[in-house]
Design a protein around this ligand. Structure first.
Ligand code: NAD
Ligand code: IPM
Ligand code: MN
Length: 364
């Protein structure tokens, strides 16, 4: 079978603690399902590297990584050492942009056995996917500061919405919605307050919708959309959003489903011209680093998404993905979880347990 090469980058904080557990589980799935994977670990893209070298990554990072089939990534950021905009624009945001990982797919699910912070919600009531635009929009370094230090001081922060960028994320969202049983899409907007970018986003959404007559869709302003995530999460199937709105929704959604510690993220270059990147939604969590209590499930679930994407529909990869998600569900149902989910297990104990479940899973 074809050898797939994966770059593993831990980054900062709990990225260092959860990546080994993700690797443990992905490797268990690879041996169980006969997948040929080869991992190469990189020590850069971290704030410690920055302190030593004055940059987050070596100058040839693109050449070093571009031949890999995927990047399996922990988290970056340690604001006491390096300002966040420097560490993130010097690493993760570079990967997303330069490898054209324009789809950020972030599934949200309430697992059986998780006490839901929303009253009266059952597993099945929360099961949707946030499709976040990942390369442009509100995330930009365009703008500047003028009249610094005077009372006229101001900063200007530009957003960029290109036709190509907006259309390709909407297309991905509608295509995904079309394949799912409920065929439902919600577009996040704010065209009442943002008078340029969001009316354009709405216009492109309506145009794209024409090509997908089976998909029932609507647009909702981001404020009420957030409220409905909390009050009526069962309304959602595929939620497509700009970079910033998608960022916010993809922490809110998992929080409604119990914890951000399980939320996975696939940064996809659907054309496969460049490696895609798989990482937890959460960050480096400096407040809990070093205690061995970080929840490794977001990292592990992201590993399952990686295998599914790499397999391009091949049954063994799909089975490996399913086995990992089933093992996660089993660990959660049994209460074999970390503190953020009300359990007592360590990061390593959860990783080991899920790896063992995968290793003994039925192969079909
Ligand atoms: P965070 O996600 O790191 O942490 C937020 C809160 O959630 C903290 O209380 C943390 O302890 C908790 N938490 C997060 N992941 C957890 C897990 N797996 N298990 C248990 N608890 C968990 O967000 P933050 O505090 O805003 O950011 C910390 C740093 O991480 C900053 O430098 C930020 O820029 C960076 N960050 C990086 C990424 C990324 O690499 N993709 C994502 C978000 C934040
Ligand atoms: C995420 C993170 C990043 C983002 C930060 C760290 C730049 O919050 O992956 O959700 O906003 O995209
Ligand atoms: Mn985020």
């Amino acid at each position: 079978s074809q050898l797939l090469r994966i770059a593993a980058i831990a980054g900062d904080g709990i990225g260092q603690e959860v990546l080994p557990e993700g690797l443990r589980v992905v490797q268990a799935a690879a041996s169980r399902y006969g997948l040929a994977l080869e991992f190469t670990q990189f020590e850069w893209a971290s704030c410690d590297y920055y302190l030593q070298h004055g940059k987050m990554m070596p100058d040839d990072w693109f050449a070093q990584l571009k031949g890999f089939d995927a990047i399996y990534f922990g988290a970056v950021g340690w604001p006491d050492k390096v300002p966040d905009h420097i560490s993130l624009w010097g690493s993760l945001l570079k990967f997303r942009r330069e490898f054209e990982q324009y789809v950020n797919m972030r599934p949200v699910r309430l697992f059986p056995g998780v006490p839901c912070p929303l009253a009266g919600k059952q597993p099945g009531d929360i099961d949707f996917i946030v499709i976040r635009e990942n390369t442009e929009g509100e995330y930009s370094s365009l703008g500047g500061r003028m009249f610094e230090g005077t009372e006229h001081e101001f900063v200007l922060q530009e957003s960029v919405f290109t036709r190509r960028g907006v259309d390709r994320i909407l297309k991905y969202g509608f295509e995904l919605a079309q394949q799912r049983p409920r065929q439902l899409l919600t577009s996040a907007t704010k065209s009442n307050g943002m008078a340029v970018s969001m009316p354009y986003w709405d216009e492109r959404t309506a145009a794209m919708a024409q090509h997908y007559p089976e998909v029932r869709w609507d647009k909702q302003h981001i404020d009420i959309l957030c409220a409905r995530f909390v009050l009526q999460p069962e309304r959602f199937d595929v939620v497509v959003a700009s970079n910033l709105f998608g960022d916010i929704l993809s922490d809110l959604g998992p929080a409604c489903a119990g914890t951000i510690g399980i939320a996975p993220s696939a940064n996809l270059n659907p054309e496969r011209d460049f490696p895609s990147l798989f990482e937890p939604v959460h960050g480096s969590a400096p407040d809990i680093f070093g205690q061995n209590i970080a929840n490794p499930i977001a990292m592990i679930w992201s590993g399952a998404l990686m295998l599914d994407f790499l397999g391009q529909g091949e049954a063994r990869y799909r089975a490996a993905h399913d086995a990992i998600v089933a093992a996660i569900a089993q660990a959660i149902a049994d209460g074999h979880v970390t503190r953020d989910m009300g359990g007592q297990l360590s990061t390593q104990a959860v990783g080991q347990l899920i790896a063992d479940l995968v290793a003994t899973s039925a192969t079909h």
